[in-house]
Design a protein around this ligand. Structure first.
Ligand SMILES: Cc1cc2nc3c(=O)[nH]c(=O)nc-3n(C[C@H](O)[C@H](O)[C@H](O)COP(=O)(O)O)c2cc1C
Length: 169
């Protein structure tokens, strides 16, 4: 199974989390990591599993580089991959659009692929498009601004679940 981690990050938070995920996962499976602003769509073809990370910006929008990437590749069709999502967000200052970017990635990549990496919500916020059944997040959301002391633990739990799911698929 070839794993590619693709991230978009404006101030470096999601980039930092991406590398933490990369380091941890790489202990078990070889993976590669890319900044979405520096690659072409073709790159996705090299991988069976895509781990896609975007922070949320400007009241519920995708991170800038992801926005540009998807705008450039408007009719993007990705099939037969295993895909999961993650990204940084802020539950205190953006409590009505908490981690919405995962939802936009989900909408684009959900069709014809297997989505894994759903996560039990641990945060308190008022609204998020990325929350399912009031309980599950569409992926790993990290609040690096307000909950950084828990990051490593949360990431490790998510990755353990991910590995089990990858084995199942
Ligand atoms: C202007 C601005 C708008 C933001 N909008 C949101 C938002 O709508 N939802 C959210 O959860 N976080 C929001 N954030 C918080 C960022 O997602 C958070 O700071 C994140 O860690 C940035 O990650 P990055 O450096 O990888 O881009 C916003 C931050 C700024 C400065």
């Amino acid at each position: 199974m070839r794993i590619g981690i693709f991230f978009g990050s404006s101030t470096g938070n999601t980039k930092k989390i991406s590398y933490l995920i990369y380091k941890r996962l790489n202990k078990y499976i070889i993976c590669n990591i890319f900044d979405i602003s520096k690659i072409n769509l073709d790159k996705f073809n090299n991988f069976d599993i895509l781990i896609l990370g975007s922070s949320t910006w400007y009241y519920g929008k995708l991170q800038y580089d992801w926005y540009n990437f998807l705008n450039y590749n408007k009719n993007i069709i990705i099939r037969n991959k295993i895909i999961c999502f993650f990204g940084c967000a802020d539950k205190l200052n953006y409590r009505y659009t908490f981690g919405d970017s995962l939802y936009y990635l989900y909408k684009i990549f959900n069709n014809n692929n297997i989505i894994i990496g759903y996560f039990n919500n641990i945060y308190k916020f008022n609204n998020s498009k990325s929350l399912l059944f009031k309980k599950y997040l569409l992926g790993l959301i990290i609040d690096d601004n307000n909950k950084y002391e828990k990051n490593i633990r949360i990431i490790n739990i998510w990755i353990s679940d991910l590995l089990l799911n990858i084995l199942k698929n």
